[in-house]
Design a protein around this ligand. Structure first.
Ligand code: SAM
Length: 276
């Protein structure tokens, strides 16, 4: 049977040597994601989240046996109805694509989508991340941002690629529900000013306790790089600098944990303000 273009509902790809596999594997490299505007994500929930959020699902890749019925079959029908391609693959191909020994039964190929830098700080609670490097931290922060109903995340300066498998995986599907914008420092600050958003930075040399801050929207919580904290210029541009008090001997908190603590304080306050 021909592996490509089998007539009927899906294309069969049985051999890991198939050129389609090479093409899809290349999406684990940032250069190829940038060139094609496409990225990968694993798991049925992730594909469902992408569909729910109106992302374009270009390919749905699944083991041939899972495609015929049940939730995978239904999702495949939806992807196909929206113009996507369904690839029915062997276990060996799934393994090769997911870089895991026990791969998920479903992998999606999605078209990238970003918010415009001018949208940063435009209403609600935004989170700004200065030069975040760790995709695991980024995915965790995306998940937390989704949980608190953040309006978006701004990636400021040279950050890790939000479209990497690791970041998308760590977000547990929240990737698709939180608008992401990329901006350099100048564009970030210009958007914050144009949208009338206050910037609350977090800094180890701050004296103001984060529990006493004013989180009324529009507001941006700005977090520093894992190793260096905020750049001096960003720290100077903040309307306030906040400290998360620490009792023991730790120098600082992990970036994602610190973001979670302050985001939940902002959420608690807005819920109180909304009377919820
Ligand atoms: C791992 S820390 C960076 C540590 C870095 N060595 C420094 O000097 O800033 C990453 C970011 O998390 C936030 N953060 C971590 N612990 C904090 C604390 N106790 N108070 C305020 N912000 C904190 C800040 O935004 C910080 O830039």
């Amino acid at each position: 049977m021909s592996e490509r273009g089998t007539p009927g509902a899906f294309h069969r790809v049985d051999s890991p040597a198939n050129p389609i596999v090479k093409e899809l594997r290349a999406l684990s490299m940032k250069k190829e994601r940038d060139r094609t505007g496409r990225f990968l994500g694993e798991g049925l929930k992730l594909v469902r989240d992408a569909l729910l959020a109106g992302f374009v699902v270009e390919d749905l890749i699944a083991s041939a046996d899972s495609l015929s019925e049940g939730p995978v079959g239904e999702t495949a029908a939806e992807v196909k109805a929206r113009g996507g391609r369904i690839l029915a693959v062997s276990h060996k191909v799934l393994e090769k694509l997911s870089h895991r020994e026990n791969p998920q039964t479903v992998i999606g190929v999605f078209r990238k989508r970003l918010a415009k830098p001018e949208e940063i700080g435009g209403g609600g609670f935004w989170i700004g991340l200065d030069r975040i490097r760790d995709p695991g931290n980024l995915g965790t922060i995306l998940r937390t941002a989704d949980a608190v109903g953040a309006a978006g995340i701004a990636l400021v300066g040279e950050c890790c690629d939000p479209f990497s498998l690791e970041a998308v995986r760590a977000s547990m599907g929240s990737f698709f529900h939180v608008p992401l914008a990329l901006a350099d420092e100048t564009a970030f600050l210009a958007a914050a000013r144009a949208n009338g958003a206050r910037i609350l930075g977090t800094h180890l040399s701050a004296t103001q306790d984060f529990r006493g801050a004013d989180y009324s929207a529009p507001v941006i919580l700005l977090m520093g790089n894992e190793r260096q904290g905020l750049t001096e210029s960003l720290a100077r541009a903040c309307d306030e600098l906040l400290l998360i008090p620490m009792r023991g001997k730790a120098d600082s908190l992990n970036l994602a944990i610190a973001t979670g603590l302050v985001s939940y304080e902002a959420y608690r306050r807005s819920a109180v303000a909304d009377g919820k």
